[in-house]
Design a protein around this ligand. Structure first.
Ligand code: PDD
Length: 287
């Protein structure tokens, strides 16, 4: 089936959608994005993603070409036009396409932002077999820029990190800076020891995950202790459980870090419980 995608005000078959070669995101990674999951035909955590999008745009002094209401309608129209029951909606806004390549930002009066959205069909997204087995991660140096709180399309290093993990026979990588774990290549990282969940505190060093915010809220409601602080790979290796969170994987148990199995090497009970709670509550609140 040909996907219907959205580009600058138009719904088009994917092969008819076009963006200029002078687009700032193509030439300079001058763009921001969001990924929102769809379960049962409804959007998960839409408000959180819309707010973070606005924050990313504000931090980069980029104009938002759509209102939140328009954005929601475009998401819903795409889900419907593509018959998505379970899947993802990818959204990207760039600084637009000036007449020529130039490091200086183009005049926002004459260069309008580019906005693109498309869906990814993922039947059974919440019943992922990986969640039953858990994933293995390796640690790698965090070689990204210093504003990881802005969700930009500069994804080359995370992409290289995934390839390093793949070559090492693992599923993903946790990035380490100055001896402490920042986050996963495309997710936030946690370990559990006893009744306590530990994850890095919010700062410019990590993306402020929308799933992270919800999961930590549910964890506190379930009487789990939450500690937001720096931690090392060694500390996580000595934990009872570990997991990652993101809009595309929800709560995903981690069973091995740099070749060291956690607990008995199977997904931890608390991580699985948090996954169930997150999925239940998110489905209830989906719009
Ligand atoms: N990635 N950290 C990084 C570096 C990420 O790229 C992501 C999300 C997260 C989790 O954020 P959230 O819970 O809001 O999805 C943390 C998306 C899913 C992606 O790039 O596909």
């Amino acid at each position: 089936m040909t996907r219907t995608v959205y580009v600058n005000g138009d719904f088009l078959p994917e092969h008819e959608a076009k963006v200029s070669i002078f687009d700032r995101a193509f030439l300079m990674a001058d763009g921001v994005y969001e990924v929102t999951s769809v379960l049962g035909g409804k959007l998960i955590d839409f408000d959180g993603h819309a707010k973070r999008l606005q924050r990313s745009l504000d931090e980069l002094e980029m104009r938002n070409p759509v209102t939140v209401e328009e954005l929601l309608q475009i998401h819903r129209d795409l889900v419907e036009k593509n018959g998505i029951v379970d899947g993802l909606v990818y959204l990207q806004i760039t600084r637009g396409a000036p007449d020529d390549r130039d490091f200086v930002f183009p005049d926002p009066e004459t260069t309008t932002p580019t906005i693109v959205l498309f869906t990814q069909n993922k039947p059974g997204l919440a019943e992922s077999p990986a969640a039953k087995k858990g994933i293995k991660v390796i640690s790698i140096e965090d070689a990204r820029w210093g504003r990881r709180d802005i969700k930009t399309v500069q994804l080359l290093y995370p992409s290289m990190g995934k390839m390093m993990a793949k070559k090492a026979g693992a599923d993903d990588a946790w990035m380490v800076e100055d001896g402490f774990v920042t986050e996963g290549t495309s997710n936030n990282a946690y370990f559990i020891k006893g009744n306590k969940i530990v994850t890095r505190a919010l700062s410019n060093d990590i993306l402020h995950g929308i799933t992270r915010a919800a999961v930590l809220r549910f964890a506190r409601e379930a009487q789990m202790e939450v500690e937001e602080r720096n931690f090392t790979i060694e500390e996580a290796q000595g934990a009872d459980e570990a997991f990652v969170t993101s809009a595309s994987t929800f709560v995903m148990p981690v069973v091995e870090i740099d070749g060291v199995a956690l607990g008995d090497g199977t997904p931890g009970q608390r991580a699985l419980r948090l996954r169930d709670i997150y999925l239940d509550e998110s489905r209830k609140a989906a719009i």
